[in-house]
Design a protein around this ligand. Structure first.
Ligand SMILES: Nc1ncnc2c1ncn2[C@@H]1O[C@H](COP(=O)(O)OP(=O)(O)OP(=O)(O)O)[C@@H](O)[C@H]1O
Length: 228
């Protein structure tokens, strides 16, 4: 469960205005998302979609308000090790993929499991299974630079979900993909939600949202204008 009540959040680099008040990417936002729910995150450019994903990925702590993430109340006193453990339960799909250029597809996807120091035999089994699921078995030894946009995107999704996270956050995961690839990516994220992971997907793509109807969080100027 994710629950925000009047959470104000700002980027570390956000600056003070002329009267001394500090700008906030997200002023006083409230909503909740249940386990296993799929939510769109919508709004025009600059509305705060990426900021909200960064808040939920615990890149910086809220300035004020109450945040409950995956059963943990986040407070100014929450320790780094608690935050790190929570982050391990969250899979993030970045807009620009952020694959490691020197690693193969299989080694990129294996990273979260290796960070958890899982046995190598388990890592190999899990990576093979997830690459089969995303249709990249034949590309497992390729480097990111050799992949198409869709293949890079599916590698990023495989990496985000391999450790069976409780929450997946995806920032424009279908940007620059043709319609059939975009459908495939969203279909995979819907399947992950059906297996019990909460999934939040930021997008500009109205046609995609129409093809996959689901409740949406709509942002404008950092404020939630609905929570349906
Ligand atoms: N690292 C940062 N430091 C300071 N301000 C930022 C930072 N990143 C974004 N902002 C500001 O926060 C606000 C929301 O931006 P954000 O990137 O969250 O919007 P968005 O809805 O994701 O936009 P887009 O759809 O174009 O990606 C904007 O005013 C932006 O200038």
């Amino acid at each position: 469960m994710i629950r925000l009540h009047n959470v104000t959040w700002r980027h570390a680099s956000q600056i003070r205005g002329r009267r001394g008040e500090t700008l906030s990417a997200l002023p006083a936002i409230s909503f909740s998302v249940a386990q296993g729910e799929f939510r769109w995150l919508l709004g025009p450019s600059g509305a705060g979609k990426s900021s909200l994903l960064r808040l939920l990925h615990l890149e910086a702590l809220p300035v004020s308000g109450q945040l409950e993430l995956l059963g943990t109340d986040i407070t100014p006193g929450t320790t780094r090790s608690v935050l790190a453990r929570l982050r391990q339960r969250i899979g993030m799909v970045h807009q620009d993929f952020r694959l490691m250029p020197t690693l193969s597809v299989a080694d990129n996807v294996a990273l979260p499991l290796r960070l958890q120091r899982r046995h190598e035999a388990d890592v190999v089994t899990e990576v093979d299974a997830i690459l089969n699921w995303v249709g990249l078995t034949t590309r497992k030894n390729a480097r990111p630079v050799e992949l198409s946009g869709g293949e890079q995107q599916r590698t990023a999704i495989a990496r985000a979900v391999i450790a069976r996270p409780d929450l997946v956050l995806a920032d424009e995961p279908t940007n620059a993909l043709e319609e059939s690839q975009a459908n495939r990516v969203i279909g995979m994220l819907r399947d992950i939600a059906a297996m019990g992971t909460s999934v939040i997907v930021a997008t500009h793509n109205d046609a995609l949202v129409r093809r996959f109807p689901a409740p949406a969080l709509r942002l404008n100027h950092g404020r939630l204008i609905n929570d349906e």
